[in-house]
Design a protein around this ligand. Structure first.
Ligand code: 5RP
Length: 235
């Protein structure tokens, strides 16, 4: 079997989702990351080619907004009258996908806005490579927990009481903790053993100071998973 380069696999997944899901007139939430960016580029190409009209766009992060601006797409706020607080479609990446189709997100620290958009959308297309599919979430790739800075230490202690391994995510190009687009910090959590992730998604946000957790268990997704040979089965 021919192996396709990692970057090309991401491009294939992003293009497949942008071609299969986007229609004229849609309000689209643009995801964050190195795979979702290819969907942004493809949507812009389809608009430039006259295939799509009336597309309105919201970005899940400063990175996604920059990708949009770079290809000539204006970015609207969720409260813009052209969006009205609801989206027809989100196209986003993921860090892990379990066998029940639940996902971990936030490798790019954009989990809060990504979750707001995902739960405001009629359809969410997730673009991933095959290696993102795992039996259980949170055993290898950490689950991010976004926390207000004042509570970072108390939340860390609470998470460690579960028996989880907790690391404060650091920024690159700066000393100390990473600061999210929302002014918060990220605690990266590895579980150690399989968890009831649906319960954890609800439970962890109950800890005072936790803003959001990167487990997405309460909605369905359409997966565009690219195989190592470059093939994608459409959902
Ligand atoms: C950002 C995310 C990304 O979608 C996730 O980290 C996957 O990114 P990539 O496609 O670069 O692997 O959740 O917060």
């Amino acid at each position: 079997m021919e192996q396709v380069k990692a970057q090309d696999l991401k491009r294939i997944a992003g293009i497949a989702a942008a071609d299969a899901t986007v229609e004229s007139g849609m309000r689209i939430g643009m995801g964050t990351g190195s795979t979702a960016r290819f969907a942004i580029h493809r949507i812009a190409e389809r608009i430039a080619a006259g295939e799509l009209t009336g597309i309105a766009v919201v970005a899940s992060s400063s990175q996604a907004a920059e990708e949009c601006y770079a290809v000539g797409l204006s970015v609207l706020a969720l409260e813009d009258p052209r969006i009205g607080g609801e989206l027809d479609l989100v196209i986003d990446g993921a860090d892990e996908v379990d066998t029940a189709g639940r996902v971990t997100k936030g490798g790019g620290a954009a989990l809060l806005r990504e979750k707001v958009m995902a739960y405001a959308a009629s359809q969410v297309a997730i673009v991933v490579t095959r290696d993102k599919h795992v039996p259980d979430l949170g055993l290898t790739f950490p689950v991010p927990v976004e926390v207000v800075p004042f509570a970072a230490y108390t939340v860390r202690v609470a998470l460690e009481r579960y028996g989880f391994s907790v690391t404060t995510r650091t920024g690159s190009g700066k000393m100390g903790p990473l600061v999210t687009d929302n002014g918060n910090v990220i605690l990266d959590v590895v579980f150690g053993e399989p968890q009831d992730v649906a319960l954890l998604e609800s439970e962890l946000v109950e800890i005072p100071g936790v803003v959001e957790v990167g487990l997405f268990t309460r909605r369905t997704f359409d997966f565009f998973t690219v195989e190592p040979d470059g093939s994608v089965a459409l959902p």
